[in-house]
Ligand binder design. Sequence first.
Ligand code: ARG
Length: 599
Amino acid sequence: MKIENKITTAVIHGIKTLYGQNVAPATIQLQKTKKEFSGHLTLVVFPFLKISHKKPEDTATDLGTFLKTEIPSIVSEFNVVKGFLNLVISSTSWTEILSDIHNNDHFGLTAASEQSPLVMIEYSSPNTNKPLHLGHVRNNLLGCALANIMSANGNHVVKTNIVNDRGIHICKSMLAWLKYGNGATPESTGIKGDHLIGDYYVAFDKHYKEQIKELMSKGMSEEEAKNEAPLIKEAREMLVKWENNDPEVRALWRKMNEWVYAGFDITYKNLGVNFDKIYYESDTYLEGKEKVLEGLEKGLFYRREDGSVWADLTKEGLDEKLLLRSDGTSVYMTQDIGTAKLRFRDFPINKMIYVVGNEQNYHFQVLSILLDKLGFEWGKDLVHFSYGMVELPNGKMKSREGTVVDADDLVEEMIAGARRMSEDKINKLTNLSEEEATEIARIVGLGALKYFILKVDARKNMLFNPAESIDFNGNTGPFIQYTYARIRSILRKAAEAGITIPDTFTAQAELSEKEIGLIQMMAEFPAVVKQAGTDYNPSCIANYCYDLVKEYNQFYHDFSILREEDENKKTFRLMLSAEVSKIIHIGMGLLGIEVPERM
Ligand code: ARG
């Protein structure tokens, strides 16, 4: 049982004994004692004054005295500051807590049971006309971390992706490839498939702009020119052919999308991102149409004179929303309805989380209402996990398009940066094989990237600063990884010296406040995981890891471990260190960040 629970029970008993009244557990407020006072846990006695009919100080003293006699193995001392009863928890209790952590390999994690809800998390969701960029990186990292956190909170989690693989954007790339590609393939050019397609998307845009300029110079308005340019007309024709299942267009589309998927797979693998089930818009958009027509029949939607189908959301304080165009073609919203239908057919979804940038806030507000109207139980409470923009400081690493930072380039650059760092800075790794050095650079480079992005509140816009992210002396992934590697090295040395850590530890001397502080912080980890789950907030795990590591480093600085002569203390500090490293491992693991055994 948690120590807070034991104290709560004793306090309830104390109030009954001292003042003859029953109080509910919820009235017992125990908090961490403020740094300026001595003690570890503080009981707020104000709620009991009506019962005690005494001054706050006297009530607190009554209860302190009671606890010290009732549970002496837990409460060893107390002091009173006005209505606050500061409790000093015994060293025995702290070592018991540490032993409990030690004996729980899944500390902080709650396993799902048969009754646990099924949470589906959608993230990534790229279009197939270009490679993934920095925005996708933030998306993927948040999605993966969130999935881990939800599953650590006892949910069944299904990780999913919707690939927007059809529409005018992919036709543009296809058309440009036909016109300017001379049959280029990923194999013939050595260019990764998603990048190759991205290049043609850029080429389309370039030629399209030229045509617009030309038409405008002949006197057309910009709007007209954009509409009348031969290239866009051809792209539209291609889309119609695609929708009509034209075999040639479909074959080209399939081939080019395969190139893109092969490219995405590599990016996902390098980022350490994966999915349980991927959906494709080309499979879902027709389902969406059907669902919309069903809704039309039920009177949920209405048809305008031109034949288009709309949802009237003015009652909900929104506007009217187009669901099918007058020519019967579907819009972005339509495919989301279809995707929802297929997902629900495949999984008994209790909660749906969409990880999508905040420029789509309105879209998901509307989607939620539409799904609710259409009878999806989880529609009303769907979560749009909405995150802000991420950019690099000016002038850093823009892709060929000059607008976005390419995900593959970024990952490569981070790993190269980590490699340079380890070569300049920490020359301790002299006996590493090339293979090991490469692996460490990968772990550290990615750790820097992931941690820097995840430590920030997801809703905020942010700058990703590669140099800062990889600094070993800040709130960074590598700083945490380094501390982990250092602890692992101590533990290896201890093992080599034949020192074993027992399953339960009995303290022979009083623990220092630093040591107690560390244990107390570790004991808070499960609550942090829970909080991260209720708030959908990976950053609180990141920042907890940082605080824990800082606290450990102070301890490491102030105390000797392997050189400690008192064997009992030495063993205790090794156990303490081992448990800190375990929690770092679990915590960083929730963020999708690996930690190296040496660094
Ligand atoms: N592919 C879309 C885009 O790049 C994002 C899709 C988000 N997910 C969704 N269910 N609508 O803008």
